[in-house]
Every structure is written in C-alpha cells, then in structure tokens.
Design a protein around this ligand. Sequence first.
Ligand SMILES: Cc1cc2nc3c(=O)[nH]c(=O)nc-3n(C[C@H](O)[C@H](O)[C@H](O)COP(=O)(O)OP(=O)(O)OC[C@H]3O[C@@H](n4cnc5c(N)ncnc54)[C@H](O)[C@@H]3O)c2cc1C
Length: 585
Amino acid sequence: MELITTDVAIVGAGGAGLRAAIALAQSAPALRIALISKVYPMRSHTCAAEGGAAGVVKPDDSFDMHFDDTVGGGDWLSDQDCVEYFVREAPKELTQLEHWGCPWNREADGSVAVRPFGGMKKQRTWFAADKSGFHILHTLFQTTLQFPSITRFDEYYALDLLVDDGRCQGLTAMEMRSGMVKQFNAGAVIIAGGGAGRIFPFSTNGAIKTGDGMAMAYRAGVPLKDMEFVQYHPTGLPNTGSLLTEACRGEGGVLVNKNGRRYLQDYGMGPETPLGKPELKTMELGPRDRVSQAYWHELQKGNTVSTQWGECVMLDMRHLGEKTINERLPLVRELAIAYLGVDIVTDAVPIRPVVHYMMGGISTNTQAATTLPGLFAAGECACVSLNGANRLGSNSLVELLVFGKSAAMSAIAHLQGLPAANTAALEAQAKESQARIRALFSCTDGTESMSGLRKEMMDTMEKNAGIYRTEAGLQEAVDKIQQLRQRYQNVVLNDKSNVFNTDLFQVLELGSMLECASALTVGALARRESRGAHQRLDFVDRDDQNYLRHSMAHYQGQKMPTVDYLDVVITKSPPGVRDYSGAHK
Ligand SMILES: Cc1cc2nc3c(=O)[nH]c(=O)nc-3n(C[C@H](O)[C@H](O)[C@H](O)COP(=O)(O)OP(=O)(O)OC[C@H]3O[C@@H](n4cnc5c(N)ncnc54)[C@H](O)[C@@H]3O)c2cc1C
C-alpha cells in the first residue's frame, strides 16, 4: 500500500477545510498539508449556499446583539463562551475574505451591504447576490493555490482514522479513479467533511452530504454531540428539495396559505406588516424551526395548497418587482423557472419545509479539538456548540471560517514535541481498513441491496424523526435503524470494478449515514422535551431542569449507541423565553 507522510491531513475541501488549510499554510509554512476531498473542492456543498454570512458591521449593531440572537435562536443550548468568541471573530473573517477577493454586495455609499435574516434582530448578513457560498468557496479555493505546502488529493475517499498511542495519527483514503487504498501518516488530522442531511429523503443537501466525516470520528471513539437537532428550512422546492434562500424573505417575500393569509401571524411571530418593507417585517423572518413548525400546523388544519408535487404553502415575491429580483435574487428566479416552470416575477411559488442542516456533529471544544488527541473538526460535521438547538441562517458560513482557522491553530499546537510514530502499528491498521474494502469485493453471498436499505432508512427518518416526533415513532425508528445496520452487513456490491466505482462509494456512504442515523434517533428518543428543532408532541415544553445539556452519543460497535450528557456553558445569558415579536430595527 502506498504511504503518504504529511504533517496535517484535512478531510474535506469545503469552506471549513479550505479555511483550515490556508491558516495552516500561512501560520506554519514549513508544514506539509494534505487536503483530501471526495469531490473537486469547488463541488463541495458550501458552493450551494445562497443567502449570506453574518457578522456585525453596522454602527447600530453590536457583538452583544449578535450573541443574544444566536443564543436565543439556539434555545439556550449553545455554549456561550463559544458564541462570544464567534461573534467577535466573525467580522474579522468576513473582512479577510474581502481582502482575498470576495465580492460582497455594496451600499450606494460603498460600505458593505447587509440584509435581514431569520432570527437576527439586526441586519448583519453580508452577501454576494444570492450566490454567497459560491463566491466564498471560490475566494478560499483560489487563495489556497498560492501555497506550495498544500497538496491536494481531489477525488480521494477517506475511509478510516489511524489511532495509536491514544492519539490520531493519520487515515486511509481511496483514490477514486484507481480504487487504490492509500495510507496517510499525519501528526494531526482535521475533519471538515460537512453534514449528513442525506439521511432524509427530502433535503436541500447535495448528494455528497452523507456524514462520512462524522462517522469516521465516531467509529474511532469520539462522541457525536446533539445529533437529534436537525434543521428544516421552511422554503424548499416541493419536487427537488432545492433551497429557495431565506434571503427571499429577507428581501420582503411573504408566506401565504391557501386562503391567501400570512399565517405566521397565527403562530406568535408578530403582527402583519406592510409588504415589501423588510426593515419593518417580523413574521417571515422568524427562526427556521418556528417557521417550519407553523407549516406543519397549517397542514394539520387543511390550510395548505394541494399541488401536483404534494401539499405546499406559497412564497410570494411578486411585489418586489423584476428589478430587485434580478439584482438580489437571480438564482432563486432561475431555480423556480428551471425546476417548477414558475417565474417569481409573475407568480407565487409553492414551497414546503425540507431538511437543511445538522446542528449536531463531532463533539469539539471552542478550539475545535475533539476528545481524541490529534483529531480536530470544524464546519458542519462538527458540533462546537455554536448553534445550539437551532442554527440561525447565515451563521454557518462564518462558523466554517472561524473554527476552520481554530482547528488549524490547534493542530499546529498539537504538533509541537510529538513523539515519533510507531509506523508498524499504523501500517497494520491501514491494512485492516483495506481489508474491509476487499471483503466487500470478495463477498458473493450478499442479500441486501444498497438502494433498498437506503430507501428504508430515509423513509423511517422522514416518518419518525421529522419536524414533530413522538416516543412511539422514535422507538420505531431506533429499532428500524438497528435492524438496517445489521442487514447492512450483508449488502451486495454489484460493481466489482476498480475505476470510479460509484456503487462502492454509495455503499460506504450508506454505512456512514446509518451510523449518523443511529446517533440521531437514539439521542432524540432520550430527549424528552421540546427545544429548538427537536419538537416532541408528547413532551411539548422545554425542560431546563433535565435537558439543558448536550447529548453525547457513544459508538458501541454492533449495538446501538449509548447516550450521556454534558453541561451547557452559560456565561451571561440565563435561559429565557424566545421572543420574535420585536421588529427589525
Ligand atoms: C443549499 C444550501 C444553502 C445554504 N445557504 C447558507 C447560507 O446562505 N448561509 C449560511 O451560513 N449557511 C448556508 N448553508 C449551510 C452551509 O452552506 C453549510 O453548512 C456549509 O457550507 C458546510 O461547509 P463545510 O465546509 O462544513 O462542508 P462542505 O462544504 O459540505 O464540504 C464537505 C467536504 O468534505 C468532503 N468529504 C466528505 N466526505 C468525504 C470523504 N469520505 N472523503 C473525502 N472527502 C470527503 C467533501 O468532498 C467536501 O469537500 C446552506 C446549505 C445549503 C445546503
């Protein structure tokens, strides 16, 4: 097996992975950096982000206000020391991006333009039209190109971590075009593998978001934190799940039911306000969990619109006018025309909530370090406890930057004075990892189809672990996921070729998704309260007495995970009531 020796290996070349790579290369130019990604970097999901990135920049805004919005939006499950650090770093990172070439939209006077976003009581979302993620990722990617110490391994599929002497010392990855497994020995590993929204059938997430990074860390003994918190975005296209960014509502779009009523006023999100004046609007800019839950209630009441794509509500942006739409929301117009044949300039567009983001992930501290020395994680795959029980839109893109950089700094510190690696032990582990793949190839008596298992998993998640949950439904989901994990042992690999074997990658991705789904369902069953995105019909209230704590799911091999809890860090904001009736000022 080919051995590649490096100082730091990064899994993932989305926003978090690229930011980490730049910080490493800038701060420690002598380090060798291996940047491993299963897709070409610009195909990472960060590219699909539309709306923008939050950071205090206007004179009437403050770090305290960004802190309060994030902590309240997260239903007090955020670690407040983490949020304090984040809000201060956010504008620095966004300005840094500008210096690297990110074309932020401007006000007429030349200052950075910001737009309103859900749950943010001030306007602080920086944006580049509705292609913010594309521009951020491109800026980071082009910046990495100037550093010779970054070696890219594009289209390499990371498999397993190598752990010896109580610390992470590398990983195995398969070169996808040849099918060769390679061993990477590294003093430190940073996982930036993105989210796992694809465990649900209906998601805004790209097909590559299968939780591989989370599963790798989890199998190596690192707990997954707060996995039960899954964010639904209120406005997805009903057929493809494609996202219509929150900026639609930030710019003044409204949500109406079949009677033409702006129904959010019926769910504690403020009085009806004039159309097309986003600075005065409150309702449509409620936080995502609340707006998605309101849809569910409208559905129960029979107030939704029946369309050829199922039940929907309508997102109406006609009053914004063609000029504003073309300037601020060109991609949204394009998506609605391409996928539904609806032009938002002349018609309201049908939408429904769709799985968007995982608040949970690999448990890290504020320095992006996991419990396993030598292993760091950042971005959506990590749970640094910024987002709590519900992420506010536009905090994630900044999280990638702030904590991608933290992961790099922590990795550099970890490398100081490391003892020499036991190369024989690492090689033995790499061979085990390779043997796992070979076993899939040599198996002749498999009975289970990958796509069949995957469909059953997705259907179970949609049915039992969606916007509203119950004890009985979650128990059914736990039992089913455990059964699917067992059946997965007999999965059939149909394609036995070595070159770009997509069948193999989908089998491996399904394995990752089943691990994430098991942590998610067990965590959700154990949390007998409603908080943020985790809503139980049988435990409707928030229960700070028992559950103002992070859940930690621990891998148990063939058995389902065990869950224990970690206290939330509260520095200055005691748990309070979430209030969204105040106007955007
Ligand atoms: C449609 C959409 C719109 C969004 N809009 C916004 C927004 O406006 N504002 C905001 O703040 N947030 C937004 N988000 C959320 C935000 O974009 C994501 O949370 C964020 O981009 C994730 O970045 P990441 O670097 O963690 O992971 P990603 O960008 O998903 O990158 C993951 C990387 O890991 C690699 N990888 C994964 N598994 C493996 C493996 N096994 N081997 C090797 N490599 C692997 C992939 O190749 C990829 O390079 C949006 C999300 C979506 C889906």
